[in-house]
Structures are given as structure tokens and as C-alpha cells.
Write a protein that binds this ligand. Structure first.
Ligand code: TRP
Length: 333
């Protein structure tokens, strides 16, 4: 028997989702929704912690991300989608949790540490950014999530969540909060077209709504082996982004193995390889792109899916807060 698990996961709506998201999390969610109760949260509050001066960007991308979820085939009857800012109980719970966390512990959170460095905040670090792991603990525990599928980089967040859960249960002598387990996907991270981390802002991402033309341009500019100048030169397969993608998306493993051998020996040109990848990626993206275009014609439908899920989540959040308030002796009547 499967244990009864509650899955909670989410994305910051800072741009439409891309192939890296598909490989790293969306594919996994399509499987998880068959087995478990699954919540998928659009983390607009978290996105604002470093985009608070650009509310229109976040607003626009809530819909884009919602479109992506439905276009890849997540089923609103199986997965409950919700918008973080519409669950005020998350903010309330965050406030209670903040007492249980020290500033120095937050400063030591490896994920936050790198992000602070990346963003050059220095002395102007917003307090909201520093404490977003606490808010993330509230995201997870507000639905009593027990399974959190995330990338490796989010492990410190789950660790910090569980520290908060244990402190809360110990201090308030209760067991209302449950610890969560990180579900780390075993697929390696898909690199961007230039071989570095894929992200919309780096301009190296292939989006789920990309046209054949977009895909072609991006694949043609992909990083291969800079020393593979002439077709007859032997080429490197490791770190060659075209091969990394073929490994993930080309179902004909035998032919890929042959292509690799040929490439390493010399005599196989980048363009030929890239043409193959363009066909394969377009075949993969085309149905998603078409569903996306269909759905985009009816943004109200997409918004209603998000709002329906939010309404369901509100009920669950209220129940959790009832338990939390009771444990904290805040259940005045
Ligand atoms: N921090 C996650 C990211 O940047 C998004 C997120 C917010 C999340 N709250 C969450 C993920 C709760 C899992 C659980 O991708």
C-alpha cells in the first residue's frame, strides 16, 4: 500500500516555464498527480521578494505559468493549483514561525546565501528576502505537505522547514505539524543552450511555447565542442549540449550511441546533429505549444482553474490554522 502523502510544490512566476522545468519538475508532477493528493502553488509572494518593484511582471507571469501547467497536461481534477498571495493564512503562519528562527540561521541557509550573493544585495538586503525560507515553510505546512518534489538546490529549504516543524511541535507540545520529505528527482539538470544553468533571464532557455523558428534558432546556436571546427575533426561528447539534449529527448538510444561514436571519431558535423535535435524538440513541444495557444484564447478559463484550486486550498489552510492557533493558545472565544 502507498502511504498517504500530500505533495506540495511550486514555482515563482517570473517567466513562462521552459524545457528545464519540464525535465526537472513538470514530468514528475504528471506522475505524482496519479498517485497522490498534489498541490501546485504559484509563488507570487516569493517572486515579489526580489521583484517587488515590478508587480506587473509577476502578475503577467501568474497566467503564463498557469497556462504552462495546463498545456503540459496537469489535470485540475487531480492537482490543486493555488495562488500563494490569495492564502492569507500563509502570511499569518509565517509570522508565527519567525519567532522560531534566528537571523543567523537564515544567513547560513546555503540557498539564500548564494542567492544574496548573486543579486548583489550587500547592505540593502530586504528583510523579506532573507526570511523567505520561513515563508516557504509556511507554504508547505499550511496544507500539511509531507512530500516536496524539488531540485537539489531547494534541499536546505526543506531542512529549515523541518527544523521549524520540530521546534513548533516541541514548544507548543503538539503534533499538529508534519515533517516533509524532499523528493529529489534523479534526472540531471538540463543545461541552457550555452551550457550554463538554464534560465529565462540568461536568454538560454527553450520555452514550452516556442515556435519551430524559435527552436531552430536556439538549437543552431547551441554550445557543442569549440575544438570541433571541421566536420572531419574528432569532437567531444561530454559537455556538448546537443548530445545532452539528445540523451534526454531522443528515444532512439541506439542511434544516439552511434552518432556519439561517429562524432568522437570525426566526420559528423554539428549542423546535421542539430537538425536532428530540432525535429525531436519540435515534435516534443508542438502538442504543448498547440494546447497552450488554445488555452491562451480563454484566459478566464485558466484564471478560474487557479481560483477554484485556491478556494479549495483556503478551506485546508483554515483547518491548519485552527490547529495552530489552538496549540499556541490563540483560540480565543
Ligand atoms: N523556491 C521555489 C523555487 O524557487 C519555489 C517555491 C516556493 C516552492 N514555495 C515552495 C517549492 C514550496 C516547493 C515548496 O523554485
Amino acid at each position: 500500500m502507498e502511504q498517504k502523502q500530500i505533495v506540495l510544490t511550486g514555482d515563482r512566476p517570473t517567466g513562462p516555464l521552459h524545457l528545464g522545468h519540464y525535465v526537472g519538475s513538470l514530468a514528475n508532477r504528471l506522475e505524482l498527480e496519479k498517485k497522490y493528493k498534489q498541490y501546485v502553488m504559484i509563488a507570487d509572494v516569493q517572486a515579489l521578494t526580489d521583484n517587488f518593484e515590478h508587480p506587473e511582471k509577476i502578475r503577467r507571469n501568474v497566467l503564463e505559468v498557469g497556462l504552462d501547467y495546463l498545456a503540459v497536461g496537469l489535470d485540475p481534477d487531480k492537482t490543486t493549483f493555488f495562488i500563494q498571495s490569495m492564502i492569507p493564512q500563509i502570511a499569518e503562519l509565517t509570522m508565527f514561525y519567525l519567532n522560531l528562527v534566528t537571523v543567523s540561521r537564515l544567513e547560513r541557509n546555503p540557498t539564500v546565501k548564494t542567492e544574496i550573493k548573486d543579486r548583489n544585495f550587500e547592505r540593502s538586503l530586504p528583510a523579506g528576502f532573507l526570511m523567505y525560507p520561513v515563508s516557504q515553510a509556511a507554504d508547505i505546512t499550511i496544507v500539511k505537505g509531507t512530500l516536496v518534489p524539488v531540485g537539489e538546490d531547494q534541499l536546505p529549504m526543506i531542512e529549515q522547514t523541518n527544523e521549524i516543524v520540530r521546534s513548533f511541535n516541541r514548544i507548543y507540545k503538539t503534533d499538529v505539524l508534519h515533517e516533509a520529505k524532499a523528493l529529489i528527482s534523479n534526472v540531471p539538470r538540463l543545461p541552457g543552450t550555452d551550457g550554463t544553468k538554464m534560465s529565462k533571464s540568461a536568454g538560454n532557455a527553450i520555452s514550452l511555447g516556442d515556435s519551430l523558428d524559435d527552436i531552430s534558432k536556439k538549437v543552431m546556436s547551441m554550445y557543442t565542442d569549440p575544438d570541433h571546427v571541421r566536420v572531419e575533426d574528432p569532437g567531444k561528447v561530454e559537455g556538448n549540449v546537443v548530445f545532452t539534449y539528445l540523451d534526454v529527448f531522443d528515444s532512439n538510444k541506439q542511434e544516439v550511441a552511434q552518432l556519439k561514436a561517429e562524432y568522437q571519431k570525426g566526420g559528423l558535423g554539428d549542423v546535421k546533429l542539430k537538425r536532428r535535435l530540432i525535429d525531436i524538440l519540435d515534435a516534443f513541444i508542438a502538442p504543448i505549444r498547440e494546447r497552450r495557444e488554445q488555452l491562451a484564447k480563454d484566459p478566464n478559463y485558466v484564471m478560474n482553474v487557479l481560483l477554484d484550486g485556491t478556494k479549495k486550498t483556503l478551506h485546508v489552510a483554515e483547518q491548519t490554522m485552527y490547529d495552530v492557533r489552538r496549540a499556541m493558545l490563540l483560540d480565543y472565544k
